[in-house]
Design a protein around this ligand. Structure first.
Ligand code: ZN
Length: 98
């Protein structure tokens, strides 16, 4: 199934900068252009419009990603991505690296 590649909500990438996507997992140096990997966004923090239930779901997911990524004192920015090397295929679950 090849879905999930919709062309970004708000037009083009910021200011025409062609950002090279890199993976934020420690020790992983995959890059979007060079390597044949896809990138996943880390769930962003819940916003004021999310209901309490949605917010707790979102932050739970986010926490799980952060825990798996396991970088000390690190929080994902909106540019943080995790490459497909860390996923069980088809399911959005990060797998810990050996
Ligand atoms: Zn990676």
């Amino acid at each position: 199934m090849g879905k999930g590649r919709h062309a970004g909500g708000q037009g083009r990438l910021t200011d025409g900068l062609s950002m090279v996507l890199t993976c934020c997992v420690v020790g992983c140096h995959n890059r979007g252009v060079r390597d044949k990997v896809s990138f996943f966004r880390i769930p962003s923090a819940p916003g004021p419009n999310d209901g309490a239930q949605a917010a707790s779901l979102i932050s739970e997911r986010r926490q799980r990603w952060i825990a798996k990524i396991n970088r000390k004192g690190w929080l994902p920015s909106k540019y943080s991505r995790v490459c497909s090397a860390h996923f069980i295929s088809g399911i959005s679950i990060l797998v810990p690296r050996g």
